[in-house]
Design a protein around this ligand. Structure first.
Ligand SMILES: [Zn+2]
Length: 80
């Protein structure tokens, strides 16, 4: 046990993992000092785009109020 560290060289904590002992410092101190690259975040899950639920016609709609067809690219309440 000549070239091995049992304590972190930056703080008084004991080194537990074999890799930390080989490095001579703990994982946290290594990350704090930029010696160890930061942990990779888990890949974000693809977002599922949910379409709004179809809305039934309003019971108080005036007769003929929704009788006209939508023209091409006409904005609707759903598209705003
Ligand atoms: Zn340390």
């Amino acid at each position: 046990m000549t070239d091995r560290f049992t304590r972190c060289r930056y703080c008084p904590r004991m080194l537990t993992s074999e890799e930390s002992i080989r490095r001579g410092y703990g994982e946290k101190c290594g990350r704090d000092r930029g010696l160890i690259p930061p942990k990779r975040r888990p890949a974000a899950r693809p977002r599922v785009r949910r379409l709004p639920a179809p809305v039934p016609p309003a019971p108080d709609a005036l007769p003929g109020q929704d009788a006209l067809d939508l023209f091409y690219m006409q904005p609707t309440l759903d598209s705003i």
